[in-house]
Design a protein around this ligand. Structure first.
Ligand code: PLP
Length: 398
């Protein structure tokens, strides 16, 4: 008997929860995904912050096709000169203040976090790493070690030693950063904590404290970077600059790629004692780099960042309902808070099943609805999304 894709998925693809979405998607375009029955879904989460330029942007597809006609993988990271990765590194550096001029490409966000932690330890000669409670930095051992949720980590101990956590936005905890600290890593805007935006003075104070004690500041912009918050890099809005910047997700326009970026001086630690301080076979894959370069150019040429604030305001103006307790947000990274997970889950399920609207909650904030649509979403599509969400809320609440 021929098994359905759903049966194969459930039987042979390792499951990570007992409640996967189980939505079958056949194709995707722009802000929409389509099921095998032709049913259309409006994607309000962008594959968790990935499809900032929408699904299958024509320029991204064209760049991928061009690269497919030249070569795929040639060699492990860092040996051969390849045009597109070199141009991508240059294009990224052009978006950044000096001395952030040296880019290391990885396969994923978590791998970029690993690289960032390693060069911070290498450069400072220190071992202590500090991150924030409720921070999410990835699922590999190092990234998990600095993730700020005990329940996520406990079953996988022992993890990295010498890790401490700050309460986010708490000035008194900055005293925990000392001459022992190699690096403080923080999401410029916390994502999985349910979109937590630092107060206006917090990140500058954190930056100052790091300088005082000689600790490096690593900004994780894997979720909040690449235009999502209304500036190309979220840190541009907070009056600080990192020593090391980490990005991934939206960077590849739907292809897997990440990067950690720092000064040539800090990055030079990867070259000696030992050589090959961070190795990766596929990091900076030319097809991913081609997609990433096109994505960057689309964001720039289509002025996507400039449109973010007005689009976010349009969502906020319409998302008014007695059941909505708060709307937090920084640009198009938004969280809509309800009374409880039970209520939220009913709304999410109803919106998907009856309205064709795809949303989600957050890893460490399960009473809030995740809204992170592609930045290309139009006013009409925002209106369509809000009307459908409000209908779903009213259905569930009554
Ligand atoms: N850091 C942040 C802020 C993230 O949101 C994520 C993924 O959700 C990661 C790191 C890990 O990235 P990846 O899933 O590509 O390993």
């Amino acid at each position: 008997m021929v098994q359905t894709s759903r049966q194969l998925f459930l039987q042979h693809q390792a499951q990570t929860s007992d409640f996967p979405l189980l939505l079958e998607i056949e194709r995707a375009e722009g802000v929409y995904m389509y099921g095998p029955d032709g049913r259309r879904y409006l994607d309000l989460i962008s594959g968790i912050g990935v499809s900032n330029v929408g699904h299958r942007h024509p320029r991204v597809l064209e760049a991928i096709r061009n690269q497919l006609d030249k070569y795929l993988h040639l060699m492990v990271y860092g040996e051969l000169v390849q045009v597109i990765p070199a141009e991508l590194a240059h294009a990224l550096v052009e978006t950044l203040p000096p001395p952030l001029e040296s880019v290391y490409f990885t396969n994923s966000g978590a791998e970029a976090i690993e690289g960032a932690l390693k060069i911070a330890k290498r450069h400072t000669g220190r071992t202590e790493l500090i991150s924030c409670l409720n921070a999410y930095h990835g699922s590999t051992h190092g990234a998990l070690s600095i993730t700020g949720s005990e329940s996520f980590k406990n079953s996988y101990r022992p993890l990295l030693p010498d890790v401490r956590h700050l309460r986010h936005n708490d000035f008194s905890d900055l005293a925990l950063i000392t001459e022992r600290t190699a690096a403080v890593i923080i999401e410029t805007v916390q994502g999985e904590a349910g979109v937590r935006i630092p107060g206006p003075y917090y990140l500058p104070a954190l930056r100052r404290r790091c300088r005082e004690v000689g600790a490096l500041l690593i900004l994780d912009e894997i979720q909040c970077g690449y235009g999502r918050t209304g500036s190309f890099w979220a840190f541009e809005q907070f009056g600080i600059e990192p020593d090391i910047l980490v990005c991934a997700k939206g960077m590849g326009g739907g292809m897997p790629i990440g990067a950690f970026i720092s000064s040539t001086e800090i990055m030079s630690g990867l070259k000696t004692d030992p050589i090959l301080g961070h190795c990766t076979t596929f990091g900076g894959h030319p097809v991913s780099c081609a997609a990433a370069l096109a994505t960057l150019r689309v964001i720039q040429d289509e002025n996507l960042v400039a449109g973010v604030a007005a689009k976010a305001a349009r969502f906020r103006a319409q998302l008014q309902h007695p059941a909505i307790r708060a709307v937090r947000g920084c640009g198009l990274l938004m969280a809509v808070e309800f009374e409880s997970f039970q209520v939220l889950k009913l709304i999410i399920d109803h919106a998907l099943a009856h309205e064709g609207i795809l949303t989600d909650w957050f890893l460490f904030c399960d009473n809030s609805l995740r809204l992170a649509p592609p930045l290309i979403i139009t006013d009409e599509q925002i209106d369509e999304a809000c009307a459908a969400l409000l209908r779903a809320i009213s259905e569930v609440i009554n």
